[in-house]
Design a protein around this ligand. Structure first.
Ligand code: NAD
Length: 256
């Protein structure tokens, strides 16, 4: 059980982050959910998760594109025994047309935020004598596809950063790992279907079958519950010697 632990999950009012929040709460952890939006629904969501699992859940607004806010999230959380770096965005475009502001935003949110939150969280984990970092990378942290240069650069960066932090904490009761999901049908994936349809001149069904799931030998989307379950496993005693590595939850994508 993760009772007594506090899990801070960046970008968790939707998709995989929200799925992880539920699984962490189910496992008994206190949870901090986050987004940059600060809407009434975000606070209501925290109350819902708390109600569903009988644990303490707080919503803390912070924009993961800004280093100081990333660090501020960890400070405001108080404890941070489990850090899940999940916030992420995508933009699909050939590199010679890739908008510079999108490049900068993807690198900031998908990669730099993990630097800032880990820098702020590690001293807290050391003080508590236990810590788990779980970075949500991607199959695109290990392989590539066309038209996603910023995302792939950021996710490869996260995988590398995770290994470095694992070595820095290797002699301590702290681990750092990355989960590499294949395709999970979340709002992020829904949003890239229209652009991919355009790039490849395909229908929606063709994009799902021939672009997305073509890389996923299981021919099934992975689920947010499976990501949450994997994150909870990485926080278990069984995973205490698992550090500096990646766990693919991708239906066989990276075996191809
Ligand atoms: P999603 O769009 O459903 O969720 C993204 C989350 O990030 C949301 O909660 C959003 O509020 C938050 N976010 C975005 N910008 C933010 C900012 N500036 N500050 C704070 N929060 C911000 O997407 P998802 O599919 O659940 O993706 C979650 C993570 O999983 C991402 O890092 C993504 O790259 C990764 N991932 C997703 C898939 C997939 O198939 N869905 C596959 C591999 C990796």
């Amino acid at each position: 059980s993760l009772e007594g632990k506090t899990a801070v999950i960046t970008g968790s009012n939707s998709g995989i982050g929200l799925g992880i929040a539920h699984e962490m709460a189910k496992a008994g952890a206190s949870v901090v959910i986050n987004s940059f939006t600060d809407r009434e629904e975000d606070h209501a969501l925290a109350a819902q998760i708390a109600e569903a699992h009988g644990v303490d859940v707080r919503y803390i607004q912070a924009d993961m594109s800004k280093g100081a806010e990333c660090r501020g999230l960890i400070e405001k959380a108080g404890r941070c025994d489990i850090l899940i770096n999940n916030a992420g965005i995508q933009h699909v475009c050939p590199i010679d047309e890739f908008p510079v502001d999108k490049w900068d935003a993807i690198i900031a949110i998908n990669m730099n935020s993990a630097f800032h939150t880990m820098a702020a969280a590690l001293p807290k984990m050391r003080a508590a004598g236990w810590g788990r970092v779980v970075n949500i990378a991607s199959a695109h942290g290990l392989t590539a596809s066309p038209f996603k240069s910023a995302y792939i650069a950021a996710k490869h960066g996260v995988v590398g950063m995770t290994k470095s932090v694992a070595l820095e904490t290797a002699r301590e009761p702290i681990t750092a790992n990355a989960i590499c999901p294949g395709y999970v049908l979340t709002p992020l994936v829904e949003a890239q279907i229209p652009d991919t349809m355009k790039e490849y001149n395909m229908t929606r069904e063709e994009v799902v079958e021939n672009v997305m799931l073509t890389r996923q030998p299981s021919k099934e989307f992975a689920t947010v519950e499976q990501m949450g379950g994997t994150a909870v496993f990485l926080c278990s005693d069984a995973a205490a010697q698992i550090t500096g590595t990646t766990i693919s939850v991708d239906g066989g994508w990276t075996a191809l």
